[in-house]
Design a protein around this ligand. Structure first.
Ligand code: GLN
Length: 287
């Protein structure tokens, strides 16, 4: 660490990139993002003022973030935020980091709900609240219930609802639907944990630092999806939907599960890479 001579933004970046080296696949991008976080500026500032001096307090803060990144800590936990559906969300190690695949879940859910329809939606395992907040913002007539088993996650979700000015969300600490007060929903949506407990990816990258309860679900990754699907029909209005995210290789299992529970119009949505990502079904019991 430099102590007795000045350091410019550019030289701080060069040094940080070298220190990140192979511990990050994107050392330059990481260093720029972390320096911007410390300075409270965007990346164009770094390009415009490479010769500007970095003061000692900012330098120390940057140094700490680079050290944490060297240990593998996710960028989103270091900056405390991540963009989802064009909004910035607060992210802490108590919640899963928002992922692009969850935008497909939102997209499909929005297709199921007409814009001006008043609907009751429950988001199971809300985490940072991205699903509940996005649906509340995109559907002005929707009322949301956001559920998580983790009190710490609910705090993050509440902060994100406040940040985006949506007040149509009620929050409950609950094990899936168990502790939710009686009442029927039009949509049950979830990005549940769905990774098999022994999946080697859990030992890699960002996943090492994320809450395991938000990631893993039994030996085949389907334990929680089964629990949610089985309890869903008791809590859905006639014509209501269940829609959830799952692993790329769980599409058929998800469809079979919903069909075995007598859901109709069961469909699986693929992402742009052709990977199965989201399955939904409609609850249409015979009269
Ligand atoms: N899609 C995530 C991953 O594979 C998992 C998220 C989840 O379990 N809901 O990293």
């Amino acid at each position: 660490m430099h102590t007795n001579h000045s350091i410019t933004l550019q030289s701080a970046l060069t040094e940080a990139i070298a220190r990140l080296g192979s511990t990050s696949g994107t050392p330059q991008l990481d260093a720029e993002i972390l320096l911007c976080t410390v300075l409270g500026k965007d990346r164009s500032f770094l390009r415009t003022w490479p010769e500007r001096e970095l003061d000692i307090a900012h330098y120390a803060a940057f140094d700490t973030l680079i050290n944490r990144r060297r240990q593998g800590q996710p960028i989103a936990y270091l900056t405390g935020s991540r963009e989802f559906w064009s909004r910035e969300f607060i992210v802490t190690p108590d919640v899963l980091i928002p992922r692009p695949e969850t935008e497909l879940l939102i997209e499909h859910c929005l297709e199921l709900i007409p814009f001006n329809q008043s609907v009751n939606i429950v988001d199971l395992g809300t985490g940072s609240g991205i699903i509940a907040v996005t649906l509340a913002a995109e559907r002005p007539q929707a009322n949301l219930v956001a559920v998580d088993i983790s009190a710490a996650a609910l705090q993050v979700a509440k902060m994100n609802a406040a940040r985006h000015g949506v007040d149509r969300i009620r929050f409950y600490q609950s094990n899936w639907l168990k502790q939710i007060p009686p009442g029927l929903f039009d949509v049950i949506i979830s990005n549940p944990p769905y990774i098999a407990a022994d999946d080697p990816h859990l030992q890699q990258g960002d996943l090492r630092f994320e809450p395991q309860t938000a990631l893993t679900s039994g030996a085949d990754g389907l334990k929680d999806i089964r629990i949610i699907a089985k309890s869903a029909s008791n809590r859905l209005n006639k014509g209501g939907f269940i829609v959830f995210e799952h692993g790329y290789d769980q599409g058929l299992a998800a469809q079979e599960l919903l069909k075995s529970l007598n859901f109709s119009y069961v469909q699986t949505i693929n992402d742009l890479a052709g990977q199965a990502r989201v399955t939904s079904g409609q609850y249409l019991p015979p009269d």
